[in-house]
Design a protein around this ligand. Structure first.
Ligand SMILES: [Zn+2]
Length: 66
């Protein structure tokens, strides 16, 4: 299973958030949705989840541990 990372700095927002979330894709997505709703005031919609999913990146190899 490949791990993904989401970096809030890649997503334009007014709060200048620097959070990064790493894990397996569904874990990152779930945490990212909760974070976006909680901190950024987004609404949890299928469209928004899709947008988040597109912003996930593969986690750098050096940071991967088993
Ligand atoms: Zn954020």
């Amino acid at each position: 299973m490949s791990r993904k990372t989401m970096d809030c700095r890649d997503i334009p927002s007014e709060s200048k958030c620097t959070l990064t979330i790493s894990g397996e894709e569904d874990e990152v997505l779930r945490a990212a949705v909760m974070h976006a709703v909680d901190v950024h005031g987004h609404r949890d919609t299928p469209e928004f989840r899709n947008e988040l999913l597109k912003s996930l990146k593969p986690e750098p190899q050096s940071a991967t541990r088993r």
